[in-house]
Design a binder for this molecule. Sequence first.
Ligand code: MG
Length: 110
Amino acid sequence: MEKPRPDESVIQSLTDFVAEREWAQFHSEGNLAKSIAIEAGELLECYQWDDGEASDEVESELADVLTYGYLLAMKIGKSPAELILNKLEITRRKYPAEKARGTSRKYDQL
Ligand SMILES: [Mg+2]
C-alpha cells in the first residue's frame, strides 16, 4: 500500500479529531478565518519584545495557525497543498526569478 502523503495524513487526523468532538458545528468559514488571525497574533506575541528564536511556544502557535488554515481549506472543499501550489504558480509569474532575485521590491516595481 502506498504511503499517504503528509497532506492526506494531516487532513485525516484533523477530520477524525473534529468528528470525535463534534466540533464541526463551530467551524464556520468566518470562525475559522478569525481563528487563523487570532493564532497568528499569538505567534507574533512570541516575538513581541525581541526577534528571539524558534521555541516550543513558537512551534505550538505556528501549529495552531496551520491547523486552522487546513481546517478552512477543508471547509471550502480545497486541498491545502493545492491551494499553496496554485498560489505559488501565480506568484511565480508575478515575480519572475530573473527580475526578483535578491530583491524585496514589489512586483510592480521590478
Ligand atoms: Mg494558540
